[in-house]
Ligand binder design. Structure first.
Ligand SMILES: Cc1ncc(C[n+]2csc(CCOP(=O)(O)OP(=O)(O)O)c2C)c(N)n1
Ligand SMILES: [Mg+2]
Length: 584
C-alpha cells in the first residue's frame, strides 16, 4: 500500500520548491503519483495522453513560464517517449522534473509486463538521476523523499537549467491507504531543504581586464544567440551603447522585440553577413557572443571566415562554441557582466563602424520590405513581419524548426512590442512543435505558431489535446507539401544526376517527401479551423489577426511551392546585396 503521508509530502515539496504545473500521462503504475499531484491544491494538473507530446508541452510551458514543470508517466515505453523533450530541455536549458513510475525491485529484469530498464535511461541528457525508495511511510523515507523532491526542483532550475529524472517504484496495491488531499495552506512555506544561490559574477579585477580588452577595439560586434533571460536585452543594449559594438540579434535572443533600447540591435544579420562586397569590407576584430550558437548559418560562416578574437559569455559555465575558433569563455552571468562592463566603458559611442552597420541594417530592412510588398504570391517569410504587427504585448511567438526558424531570423523585424520568441533550437527537432507551442499557450499568453507541413503532421494529434485542455493557439501553417529546407542543400541542385522530373534522382522520395495529406481535414477532425490565404498571398495579416482573436485552434494556411521558394530566397538575397553595395 502506498503511504499517503509520504505521497503528500512529496507533492507538497514539489510545490514548495517552486513547481506550479504538472503534466500527467495516464497509466496504472503511476497511480499513486498521479493522485498525489492531482490532490495537491498548489499544483495545476493537466492530462495529456501521448507522452512524447506531453514532454514537449511541459517543455513549452516551462520555457514560457520560466519555472520548472513536472511530468508524471507510467512505466515502460511511456518513459522512453520523453527522450526527445528531455534532449531538447537539456540543450535549450529548460527546467523539467521528470517523474517516472516503475515496478519495485522484485519485478524488474524478470519478465514482468510493461517493465523496461528505466534507471538512467536519459543518459547524459538528464542533469541528475535518482532512484527513490518505496513510499513506505517511515519517517526517514518521508524526510528522504522531501529532500529528493526539493533537490530535483532546485537542480532543474539552477544554471544551466535542464531536466532531472526521478524514478519511483510502487508496489501493489497502488491505491494510497488514505485520501491525499493537500490544501494550499498545508504546503510548507519554505522547502524542507532550501537553497540560497546566486548568479556567478566576476571580481573587479577580472572585469577591469575584460574592459581593457574591449576599450581600444572599434571593429567589435556582439552576437546575441538564443537566450531566455529577460534581463539580458537591456544589459546587452547598454554594452552596445558603451562599446559602439552593433548587436547581431538572433530572433531567439530576446533582443529583437521589446521596449529596451534597440539603437544597436541589428535584425538583418542573416542577410548582412552573406558573402559580398559590403561584408568583405566589414570584418570584425573582436566578437562578444552570448547565448547558444546563432540560428543563422551566414553569421556562423562569417565568424569562421573572419576569425575574430572571440569572447563567449556563458553564465551556465557552458562551452558552446561550434565555430571552432580560439575563444575566451567568461563563466559569469551574461546580463550582470554586460552591465558591469558597460559601467566601466562609459558613454555612448557612435563610431564609423557602428553607424555603417546601422545604415546597412536599415538598408537591408528597406530592401526586403519593398521586395515583399511588390510580391503577388504567398511567401514563406511573410508571416513574421505580419505577426510582429499583429501580436500584442506579452504574446508568445513560437517557430517551428526547419525553414520557419530561418525565415523568422531573416524576416522578424526589430519591434518595441514585448513578444517572447521561442523555438526548439536545442536539438532542432521537427517533433513536438505544436505541443511545445501549446505548453506556452497554457501560460495564458496569446500565442502564435509558425510551422511547416511535415512538422505539423509529425505532431498533429496535439491539436486534439488542445481541445481537451481548452487551449487557444493561432497557427500559420506553411504548406509546401514536403521538406522545403532540403531544396537549399546540394542534393537538390543541378549537377547531381537528373531524373525525368528535373530534380536529382531520389530527391523527392528521400528529401522532398511530398505527402499529399489533406491537412485542413486533419485539422477539422481534431476540432480546429483552417483557412487558406489566397494565391496572391494577400490577406495574410488579416487572417492572422482573425485567428488570434478566436478561441481554439485556428490555422491560417499559406500554400507555397518548394522550388519557387528557393528561387525567391535567392532573389531577395540578391536585392539586399545590391542595396548594401550601394552603401560602399
Ligand atoms: C525529429 C526530426 N526528424 C527529422 C529531422 C530532419 N528534418 C529537418 S527539416 C525536415 C523537413 C521539415 O519539413 P517542414 O516541417 O514541412 O518544413 P519546411 O522544410 O518545408 O520548411 C526534416 C525531416 C529533424 N530535424 N527532426
Ligand atoms: Mg514543408
Amino acid at each position: 500500500m502506498s503511504h499517503a503521508e509520504t505521497l503528500r509530502a512529496f507533492a507538497a515539496e514539489l510545490a514548495s520548491a517552486g513547481v506550479r504545473d504538472v503534466v500527467v500521462c495516464p497509466g496504472s503504475r503511476s497511480t499513486p503519483l498521479a493522485l498525489a499531484v492531482a490532490s495537491c491544491e498548489a499544483l495545476t494538473t493537466r492530462v495529456i495522453i501521448d507522452e512524447r507530446s506531453a514532454g514537449f508541452f511541459a517543455l513549452g510551458l516551462a520555457r514560457a513560464s520560466r519555472r520548472p514543470v513536472a511530468i508524471v508517466v507510467t512505466s515502460g515505453t511511456a518513459v522512453a517517449e520523453l527522450m526527445p523533450a528531455v534532449a531538447e530541455a537539456d540543450l535549450a536549458r529548460v527546467p523539467l522534473v521528470v517523474l517516472t513510475a516503475d515496478r519495485p525491485a522484485e519485478l524488474r529484469d524478470r519478465g514482468a509486463p510493461q517493465t523496461i530498464d528505466q534507471s538512467g535511461i536519459f543518459g547524459g541528457a538528464a542533469k541528475w538521476f535518482s532512484e527513490l525508495p518505496l513510499f513506505d511511510g517511515e519517517p526517514a523515507t518521508i524526510a528522504h523523499v522531501r529532500v529528493v523532491a526539493g533537490r530535483a526542483v532546485a537542480l532543474a532550475a539552477d544554471a544551466p537549467a535542464g531536466p532531472v529524472h526521478l524514478n519511483l517504484p510502487f508496489r501493489e496495491p497502488l491505491l494510497p491507504d488514505m485520501p491525499l488531499a493537500t490544501a494550499e495552506a498545508d504546503i510548507p512555506p519554505r522547502p524542507f531543504m532550501s537553497v540560497v544561490s546566486g548568479a556567478r559574477s566576476l571580481d573587479a579585477n577580472a572585469l577591469d581586464l575584460l574592459a581593457g580588452r574591449l576599450a581600444p577595439v572599434e571593429r567589435g560586434l556582439i552576437i546575441a544567440g538564443p537566450d531566455d533571460d529577460p534581463k539580458l536585452p537591456a544589459a546587452l543594449a547598454a554594452l552596445g551603447d558603451a562599446t559602439g559594438f552593433p548587436i547581431l540579434a538572433d530572433p531567439l535572443s530576446g533582443l529583437r522585440a521589446g521596449a529596451h533600447d534597440r539603437m544597436f540591435v541589428m535584425a538583418r544579420g542573416d542577410q548582412l553577413c552573406r558573402p559580398g562586397p559590403w561584408i568583405d569590407a566589414h570584418a570584425p576584430a573582436l566578437v562578444i557572443r552570448t547565448g547558444a550558437m546563432p540560428t543563422s548559418k551566414p553569421i556562423l560562416e562569417y565568424l569562421t571566415r573572419t576569425r575574430p578574437e572571440l569572447i563567449v559569455i556563458d553564465g551556465g559555465s557552458g562551452w558552446r562554441e561550434s565555430a571552432l575558433l580560439p575563444a575566451t569563455f567568461v563563466h559569469a552571468d551574461p546580463a550582470a557582466t554586460a552591465l558591469a562592463l558597460a559601467a566601466r566603458l562609459g558613454e555612448w559611442k557612435d563610431t564609423v563602424w557602428s553607424s555603417d552597420w546601422r545604415r546597412a541594417d536599415d538598408a537591408a530592412a528597406d530592401a526586403m520590405t519593398g521586395w515583399l510588398a511588390a510580391l503577388d504570391e504567398p511567401f514563406e517569410g511573410a508571416p513574421f513581419p505580419a505577426l510582429a504587427e499583429a501580436l500584442p504585448n506579452g504574446a508568445v511567438l513560437w517557430s517551428g524548426s526547419s525553414m520557419p526558424v530561418r525565415d523568422m531570423d531573416a524576416w522578424l523585424p526589430s519591434t518595441d512590442r514585448a513578444i517572447t520568441v521561442c523555438a526548439n533550437r536545442g536539438a532542432n527537432g521537427i517533433d513536438g512543435v505544436i505541443s511545445s507551442a501549446l505548453g506556452a499557450a497554457a501560460t495564458g499568453a496569446p500565442t502564435a505558431l509558425v510551422i511547416g507541413d511535415v512538422s505539423f503532421l509529425h505532431d498533429a494529434t496535439a491539436i486534439g489535446m488542445a481541445r481537451q485542455l481548452g487551449l487557444s493557439l493561432a497557427i500559420v501553417l506553411v504548406d509546401n507539401d514536403g521538406g522545403g529546407i532540403f531544396s537549399f542543400l546540394p542534393q537538390a541542385q543541378p549537377g547531381v544526376p537528373l531524373a525525368g522530373s528535373g530534380l536529382p534522382e531520389h530527391y523527392e522520395q528521400l528529401f522532398g517527401t511530398p505527402h499529399g495529406t489533406d491537412l485542413p481535414k486533419v485539422i477539422e477532425a481534431f476540432g480546429g479551423t483552417c483557412r487558406d490565404v489566397g494565391a496572391d498571398g494577400h490577406g495574410l495579416a488579416e487572417a492572422i489577426r482573425e485567428a488570434l482573436g478566436q478561441p481554439g485552434i485556428n490555422v491560417v494556411r499559406l500554400r507555397t511551392d518548394r522550388a519557387r521558394n528557393f528561387v525567391r530566397h535567392r532573389e531577395v538575397a540578391a536585392v539586399v546585396q545590391r542595396a548594401l553595395a550601394a552603401l560602399l
